[in-house]
Design a protein around this ligand. Structure first.
Ligand code: ADP
Length: 318
């Protein structure tokens, strides 16, 4: 639709001393049923107020107070930066304050479950076990929120230490809890696979994706982890034979709090932050995390990272 945009200044009626106001006017054509323009509506807004709300694009200096578009944008940027800092401080404070009490509750519940504090009746034991699962989920959420805040802080400058990805993937596979329904099969190839990054963060990326492969394969099956060295890239495929993901849900996989809740997954706990964090982290190192899936048959998640330059091998940590 075509729009005419006008700009002007409303002058106070004679005798009144109110300051003149700048206005922005837009003409919106109104069409009849045959799509012919038969009327036009003019919408006039207070320019300062509209600019404040970001509703009007200003092409040059305007307004009675002489504030041009640049200073208005600068002001908004400053406000947004201050708000962003406030949000980060709030997140840091609350997440750190939540950690200690959660750890204490978790400790006591674990002692109760193990029988250290005396025998428990069956109903009480079940209640304790389910409380432990909820506290574990809260602890995971807190950890991921801390991780998210940390990612924001290091947005422009991620750690880039030389790290051997084979050691990281092998350790991640040992860390995750498997059940006797799952078979974990590792094929990491020969020799080291040096990349640049933060070892602890990379460990969490792989532990998270392997853990998901197990979690979303409730009937069991094989979890295959295969490393490929392709030119200047290192890629790791994590393949499961689990629930899979519907094509319509694929674009929500890596979004913040992007849980996909279906009849099959509603009993499976999670925060919806894991994959978002994994991809953000890997992307900041110049790589990517992608997924393919067939609903009902399983999924493959691929983590791909640039191989470290030859000089970095000498400083490699496994
Ligand atoms: P969550 O904490 O919910 O597991 P993630 O960010 O790790 O959060 O994953 C987001 C969503 O993606 C999950 O809720 C789940 O529905 C889906 N998902 C992740 N991994 C798999 C997988 N291997 N198989 C099927 N669905 C998966």
């Amino acid at each position: 639709m075509q729009r005419a945009v006008g700009r002007g200044r409303a002058v106070a009626p004679e005798g009144e001393t109110a300051p003149a106001r700048a206005w922005d006017g837009r003409v919106h054509p109104v069409r009849d049923q045959e799509d012919r323009i038969d009327r036009a509506v003019r919408v006039v807004r207070d320019a300062a107020e509209a600019r404040e709300r970001g509703a009007v694009r200003d092409d040059g200096p305007s307004g009675p107070d002489g504030m041009d578009e640049l200073s208005s944008l600068r002001l908004r940027l400053e406000r947004m930066t201050a708000l962003d800092k406030l949000k980060s401080d709030f997140m840091n404070l609350t997440t750190h304050e939540l950690r200690s009490p959660l750890a204490i509750v978790y400790g006591y519940l674990s002692m109760m479950e193990s029988g250290m504090l005396g025998d428990l009746a069956t109903e009480l034991r079940e209640a304790v076990t389910s409380s432990i699962q909820s506290v574990e989920l809260m602890m995971q959420l807190v950890t991921e929120l801390v991780e998210m805040a940390r990612l924001d802080e290091t947005r422009l400058d991620p750690t880039r230490d030389p790290v051997d990805l084979t050691g990281v993937v092998a350790e991640a596979a040992v860390r995750v809890e498997t059940s006797d329904r799952h078979r974990l099969h590792l094929d990491l190839g020969a020799g080291p696979a040096p990349v640049l990054g933060d070892r602890g963060q990379l460990l969490r990326v792989f532990a998270n994706i392997i853990d998901n492969a197990i979690k979303y394969s409730p009937s069991g099956g094989e979890i295959g982890v295969r490393m490929r060295r392709a030119g200047r890239q290192v890629a790791v495929d994590i393949r499961d034979q689990g629930l899979g993901i519907a094509p319509s849900d694929m674009d929500r996989l890596f979004t913040r709090f992007g849980r996909i809740v279906t009849a099959a997954t509603e009993g499976i706990g999670g925060t919806g932050l894991g994959l978002y964090l994994c991809r953000e982290l890997v992307r900041r190192l110049g790589g990517d995390v992608t997924a393919t899936s067939v609903e009902g048959e399983g999924s493959t998640f691929t983590v791909q990272l640039p191989a470290a330059p030859a000089g970095a091998r000498a400083r490699l940590t496994s």
